[in-house]
Design a protein around this ligand. Structure first.
Ligand code: ASP
Ligand code: MG
Length: 402
């Protein structure tokens, strides 16, 4: 029939029973006549537990050694899954990332895939073997093991599908697909039948924990047809593809991101170049700035507020302190108790009322907006963290149930 790449996440292979379940599903696809290449994640909480183990010994361990450690989680999964398929009696082979030809750059712990040398993979496929590949890992030009960043197995799978020219890349997880909001927060969230790459990329970047955003980027770039499905049932999942024509919803999803902190520089001089000074200091350290708000000047002074990832906050405060004299603000304030709530949808570009409707939903729920940012495909607001879940529910109700 064709070539299918499948990816199974940590919860899908968390114990022996789940590994056997996955093995049976792989064999089903194989027995239907397909060639099957599978990328797997580490079992359950393995990666978190390995990080904890490292912390017990050295909380400042080098990223190189962290990669050596974390890559072992996936190596356990591939061997166990291959053993399960052996037991069912089909030809199978497991390969680590480097055996499978994943060549990455040298950015330990957050490496990018440069290419996959597919010779070995192709040989195994030609022998009609099921190939089980360790996700999340590769090798760099120094011959060192690298990992692709948390959640990176999705990207491994899409890279395999692109390199092998697969017919489809199926991402199996413990939810039925991509939802209009996190079903744990919004009880009546709906599963989407399909979604465009651009919308999915925004959702993934804005805190919907379904797909690694780099996997979506890559799928778009190489036109990989992506399906997100559950490994626990046979429900039709969500198809991620170029354009969606099936559903005409204006807003496709509502997300919440708690990894946000707000910084305010109050009373800085209202002269040209201030924003440039501040943000170049921060970007020089490779720290991303997200929402930005600048007040209109008053008495020669203005305020500049912006958000960064909460995990970057300490470093940003340090940078600002180190450069106090140049920035010359009357006061530097910061807040961690904020969340970013966003709506995403390609259809809202030409729809003036969308922002109003979102703000109205928040107003009706008595939720105060700190900051606002809009683009062609999304609107984000910063709200108090304690109100974030209520905000998601209120906005979801307004758009999806109206
Ligand atoms: N095991 C890695 C992690 O937990 C990679 C992945 O699951 O995609 O982040
Ligand atoms: Mg994941």
């Amino acid at each position: 029939m064709g070539l299918i790449v499948q990816k199974y996440g940590g919860t899908s292979v968390r114990d022996a029973e789940r590994v056997m379940n996955v093995a049976n599903r792989i064999v089903e696809a194989y027995d239907a006549g397909n060639n099957v290449v599978v990328a797997v994640s580490a079992q359950g909480d393995t990666t978190d537990n390995l990080i904890e183990k490292a912390m017990e010994i050295n909380s400042n361990a080098s990223k190189r050694e962290m990669d050596v450690l974390l890559s072992t989680g996936e190596q356990i999964s591939i061997s166990l899954l291959a053993m399960a398929i052996e037991k069912i009696g089909r030809p199978v082979i497991s390969l680590t990332g480097w055996q499978a030809g994943f060549k990455t750059d040298a950015a330990y712990s957050n490496a990018r895939i440069d290419r996959i040398d597919t010779e070995r993979l192709q040989n195994e496929i030609d022998k009609r073997r099921i190939v089980i590949v360790a996700g999340f890992q590769g090798i760099n030009k120094y011959g060192d093991i690298t990992t692709l960043g948390r959640g990176g197995s999705d990207t491994s799978a899409v890279a395999l599908a692109a390199a092998l020219n697969a017919d489809i890349c199926e991402i199996y997880t413990d939810v039925d697909g991509v939802y209009t909001a996190d079903p744990r927060i919004v009880k009546n969230a709906k599963k989407l039948d399909d979604i465009s790459y651009d919308e999915m990329l925004e959702l993934a970047s804005l805190g919907a924990n379904v797909l690694h955003n780099r996997s979506v980027e890559m799928a778009k770039k190489y036109h990989v047809k992506l399906a997100v499905k559950s490994s626990l049932n046979k429900v039709e999942g969500t198809l991620v593809k170029e354009v969606n024509k099936v559903e005409k919803m204006l807003v496709r999803g509502v997300t919440r991101d708690n990894d946000v902190a707000r910084i305010s520089l109050c009373g800085v001089e209202d002269t040209p170049g201030k924003a440039f000074t501040v943000f170049s200091l921060i970007s020089k350290e490779n720290i991303g700035v997200d929402l930005i708000l600048q007040s209109i000047g008053n008495n020669g002074k203005k305020d500049i507020s912006f958000t960064v990832k909460e995990s970057d906050l300490d470093r940003v405060i340090e940078i600002l302190e180190e450069n106090k004299e140049i920035i010359n603000a009357q006061e530097i304030k910061f807040a961690k108790d904020v969340s970013k709530v966003s709506i995403v949808g390609a259809g809202m570009v030409n729809n003036a009322g969308v922002a109003t409707k979102m703000f109205e939903a928040l107003y009706n729920a008595h939720i105060n907006i700190n900051m606002i940012a809009t683009s062609e495909i999304k609107i984000s607001v910063l709200v108090p963290r304690k109100d974030a879940e209520r905000a998601v529910v209120a906005i979801h109700d307004k758009f999806m149930l109206a």
